[in-house]
Design a protein around this ligand. Structure first.
Ligand code: NAP
Length: 446
């Protein structure tokens, strides 16, 4: 029996991208059940199928199945498969109802599938969102640099793509890259190509930020030069627009000219918003007067707090997002680095990150200990506490921790689930303020 899709139905599902979601999960489900037939039976044991077949959709939904012990025992992948199964069962049940001559308003089916597919598969991993001016992004984003540069050996392209997609599957909708991210910073676009491949079929659901580096304007205007960089980035990212386009470093560039060019690109619909990186409040103010900024991306973490004095307050007052890079202090705040840790010899920024010299790792131990103490108390990890700290502190902050490891990426994204109560935050902040920080990079230099 064919379902007739009325125009009202199509109108409603348009915003949910339901067909794509269904297609994707269905494909995964069939693949999975073909490969591992037994898992299929296992998940039916939950009885959800029968609940659905018995028209108990609402009950299933209200029963808090997502919290049931059975459900929590499943791996993330199995949970996704289970949702797929439910979805299939919903459609099956709907067909059955029609065949049985029962009436079911299409609206109910839409709500049912939206609720189960989008409200289930996606929202199970969905993250709270924040606004960077006009852009809505997941509370924690993903810094993609290390798949190409900065932390030693890079993973295979396949692994990197899977890691980015896994981040998306765990609710991340904000991805950070730059044209210069390539092994040893010796080429252009390595990272953008990976990000483009990883996100091309979910492009409409994500916010992609990339950055350009300007080295003078030998030919053409600032606008023409920026546009050329942008077009090359868009090609690598397999997209017809970039959501957030940053100038990576000021260099000797006139910020007013850049702001004007960015304003034009916004008007042309080629970028959704613009930003600056590693800048002080005077530059921000000059830029803001020409074209309102979307976000500032500066170094910021528990051990790099220069932006707290004037920059973050300025951003808050002017509805500008603040995107901290190196929010885990290049790994220091994860508590996994010791004075004995050997960094890699090629393309590893940890060899010069000031807080990571042997002496400074030792000196900063009280801060790491403080994080460990809170991590134990909150059943979280030190890296998560350091991210939860900044999320609690400022409503316009969206950190972009970087990792080239699938599990640690998920760990960092899950920091959005770590809530610090006001008293906990105040005590943490007070203790942090008592600690001396050893090593400082600040906004100067590269
Ligand atoms: N605008 C700029 O100038 C600028 C500069 C630098 C970076 N960025 C952007 O900011 C993003 C983040 O910066 P970042 O990568 O320097 O900072 P980071 O997240 O503070 O540090 C990354 C380092 O910490 C480790 N790490 C991350 N999470 C961990 C965890 N949960 N447990 C243990 N170790 C963990 C990573 O190791 P593993 O990979 O082994 O997990 C890696 O060595 C970059 O990806 C890039 O997109 C921008």
């Amino acid at each position: 029996m064919q379902l007739e899709l009325s125009s009202a139905y199509l109108e409603r599902i348009k915003h949910f991208k339901l067909p794509e979601e269904l297609d994707k999960v269905n494909r995964e489900f069939f693949l999975y059940s073909a490969e591992q037939g037994t898992a299929y039976e296992k998940i039916t044991i939950s009885g959800l199928y029968h609940a659905i077949r018995d028209e108990m959709i609402a009950d299933v939904n209200d029963a808090g199945w997502g919290k049931s012990e059975d459900f929590n025992r499943l791996t993330d992948y199995q949970k996704r498969m289970l949702m797929t199964f439910i979805n299939n069962a919903c459609l099956g049940a709907y067909r059955q109802w029609i065949e049985d001559g029962k009436q079911m308003p299409l609206e109910d089916v839409i709500d049912m599938t939206n609720c189960l597919v989008l409200g289930g598969v996606r929202s199970f991993f969905q993250m709270k969102t924040r606004k960077l001016h006009n852009l809505t992004v997941s509370e924690v984003g993903m810094g993609c640099m290390a798949f190409s540069h900065g932390y030693g050996q890079i993973p295979s392209e396949q692994y990197s793509i899977e890691a980015i997609r896994n981040g998306y599957d765990h609710g991340c909708t904000f991805f950070d890259t730059a044209e210069v991210y390539s092994p040893g910073l010796s080429g252009i676009g390595h990272n953008e190509l990976i990000v483009g491949k990883a996100l091309k079929d979910v492009r409409e659901n994500v916010v992609i930020a990339t950055k350009l580096m300007l080295h003078g304007f030998s030919s053409g205007s600032v606008y023409q030069t920026i546009r050329k960089h942008l077009e090359a980035s868009m090609k690598r990212l397999q997209t017809d627009h970039v959501d957030l386009y940053y100038l990576h470093r000021m260099g000797g560039t006139s910020v007013e000219k850049v702001a004007e060019a960015m304003g034009r690109l916004i008007d042309e619909g080629l970028i959704g918003g613009w930003g600056l990186s590693q800048v002080d409040v005077d530059i921000i103010d000059r830029a803001q007067r020409v074209t309102p900024l979307t976000a500032i991306q500066n170094i910021y973490s528990m051990v790099e707090r220069d932006s707290e004095a004037a920059i973050i307050p300025y951003c808050m007052a002017h509805d500008i997002g603040f995107v901290p890079f190196s929010p885990i202090a290049s790994g220091l705040l994860s508590g996994k680095i010791t004075p004995q840790t050997q960094f890699e010899s090629y393309d590893d920024v940890r060899n010069w990150v000031p807080q990571l010299s042997r002496a400074n790792i030792k000196g900063n131990q009280p801060i790491v200990d403080l994080l460990k103490q809170y991590a134990e108390m909150k059943q979280a990890t030190p890296a998560q506490i350091s991210l939860a700290w900044m999320l609690h502190k400022y409503p316009n902050v969206v950190p972009i921790p970087g990792s080239k490891n699938k599990e640690r990426i998920v760990e960092n994204l899950s920091a959005a689930n770590v809530e610090l109560a006001e008293g906990e935050f105040n005590a943490l902040e007070a203790s942090l303020n008592q600690c001396r920080v050893y090593g400082h990079r600040g906004l100067g230099g590269f």
